[in-house]
Design a protein around this ligand. Structure first.
Ligand SMILES: Nc1ncnc2c1ncn2[C@@H]1O[C@H](COP(=O)(O)OP(=O)(O)OP(=O)(O)O)[C@@H](O)[C@H]1O
Ligand SMILES: [Mg+2]
Length: 237
């Protein structure tokens, strides 16, 4: 479904991605783990066209979308739940979800809203509350629900578990599994929490300094001693 070929990008003179080759097949959860500053967020943002790729290609369902403007890319069936949630704090929960649905066919709105609220009943109780007053976990739920409202084929999730209590983290990962399995959404997941992410993912990649250093099935990477030493210490706690 998604193919990255020799993808490079960065910020001004700083190059953050040094030629990324990566494939996400239809129906998969693929996870990207790596240290702070490895380029994970930049990778998701480059798929969305901001920053623009300086070389290489982003191919979605056979179509080259490299260099398209972000709002055009979002209409191709990609949704992005960015790092740090970035919900609209002054808008209510319902208004946030309406914003997420802006590119979708309005005929589906009621059904899509019900589907999102069934996944996140806590949001259903808070439809009129302003986004900025939600708890951290609730804001993360809203960010994911908002992304789903565009009916994506491919969902890009950047650190959905960041800053959340262990119980909420487990809940968020279960929901990600449900979105993939029951709703058929393909997922590219960036996570610091390598333990949970690799357990969930069909395949994973380890990013180091803007490159893919290691790839394998989630189970293979979980069992890899190097990964255990560098990324899993404390991650299982
Ligand atoms: N807006 C920006 N301007 C300049 N440099 C940036 C910008 N955003 C990121 N960078 C740099 O690009 C590199 C990759 O950053 P990126 O945010 O993609 O890493 P990351 O893997 O997501 O890290 P983290 O796990 O901390 O979120 C870093 O060296 C970072 O300093
Ligand atoms: Mg990041």
């Amino acid at each position: 479904m998604l193919k990255l070929e020799g993808l490079r990008s960065g910020y001004g003179r700083i190059q953050a991605l040094h030629g990324i080759d990566l494939e996400v097949r239809e129906g998969e959860i693929v996870t990207l783990v790596g240290a702070n500053g490895a380029g994970k967020t930049t990778l998701l943002m480059t798929i969305c066209g901001d920053p623009r790729a300086s070389a290489g290609r982003v191919v979605l369902g056979g179509e080259d979308i490299t260099g398209l403007a972000t709002h055009h890319i979002m209409r191709k069936g990609i949704a992005h739940s960015p790092e740090g949630r970035r919900i609209f704090p002054r808008m209510t929960v319902l208004e946030n979800l309406q914003m997420g649905a802006a590119t979708a066919d309005p005929a589906h709105f009621d059904a899509d809203l019900k589907r999102a609220l069934d996944l996140f009943p806590r949001l259903n109780e808070r439809l009129d509350q302003r986004g900025g007053t939600l708890s951290g976990g609730e804001q993360q739920m809203l960010a994911i629900a908002r992304a789903l409202m565009s009916r994506p084929r491919l969902l890009l999730l950047d650190e959905p578990s960041l800053g959340l209590a262990p119980l909420v983290v487990r809940h968020i990962f279960e929901i990600i599994r449900t979105i993939n399995r029951d709703q058929g959404v393909t997922i590219l997941l960036v996570e610091q929490n390598a333990y949970h992410a690799l357990r969930l993912a069909h395949r994973g990649h380890v990013m180091v300094n803007g490159r893919i250093a290691l790839s394998g099935s989630g189970a293979e990477l979980l069992a890899n001693p190097e990964i255990r030493a560098h990324y899993l210490d404390g991650g299982a706690a």
